[in-house]
Design a protein around this ligand. Structure first.
Ligand code: HEC
Length: 178
């Protein structure tokens, strides 16, 4: 084997090695994946429980919510109610009774409005607490009510709505003492 032939063989071997290294680097570049930052599966409970508790939140008493409530925000939040109710003085009954002065008004007392037996059977007047329960879950408060409204689940938003209802009166009813 002369040196020329040796060089050819050595060259071929080197070339093959370089080629293999090249493939290694190249395929790394194509197939490299960063390890996932989060596991693809969820670990059970431990983390979910406190989150759920936080969502439910510590329940703030209604008088405190009312003290912080804002009638202007309440007006915006009451837009869905306006599909069925008027809020202005002398407003007509629509699908629902007019709501001017509804805070502290006797329940089911808008003359001429055909209330459900569920609401007529309640008795008493609309306290803030009663309105709060009714708006949170109309059917929960008066099973059989004609008010086809799903309910506002957020207590702070309900307080804003109550503040708006309160403002719609000749003399706004006093707020409950904290
Ligand atoms: C789809 C129509 C509809 C929507 C929306 C609606 N209501 Fe009513 N509402 C009614 C009807 C109908 C009644 C009468 C219920 C009955 O007789 O059982 C009523 C009754 C009431 C009463 C009792 C009034 C009284 O004279 O005793 C209050 C308070 C009230 N609604 C507030 C609200 C508020 C606040 C909202 C919005 C957050 C709202 N409603 C949304 C239809 C509606």
């Amino acid at each position: 084997m002369d040196s020329f032939e040796f060089n050819k063989i050595a060259g071929a071997v080197l070339g093959a090695l370089l080629f293999l290294m090249g493939i290694g680097i190249f395929s790394d570049a194509i197939f490299h994946r960063a390890p996932p930052k989060t596991a693809a599966y969820n670990l059970p409970a431990e983390e979910a429980a406190p989150a759920a508790a936080a969502a439910a939140g510590p329940s703030v008493p209604l008088p405190e919510l009312l003290a912080k409530a804002d009638a202007k925000r309440g007006e915006t939040l009451s837009k869905p109610c306006a599909a069925c109710h008027t809020f202005e003085k002398g407003g007509a009954d629509k699908i629902g009774p007019h709501l001017y002065g509804v805070v502290a008004r006797p329940i089911a007392s808008a003359s001429g409005f055909a209330y459900s037996d569920a609401l007529k059977g309640k008795g008493g007047e609309w306290s803030y607490a009663a309105l709060d329960q009714f708006i949170a879950n109309p059917r929960g408060y008066a099973n059989g009510t004609k008010m086809a409204y799903g309910g506002e689940k957020d207590p702070a938003r309900r307080a804003d709505i109550l503040a708006y209802l309160r403002s719609k009166a000749d003399t706004p009813a006093p707020l409950p003492a904290p």
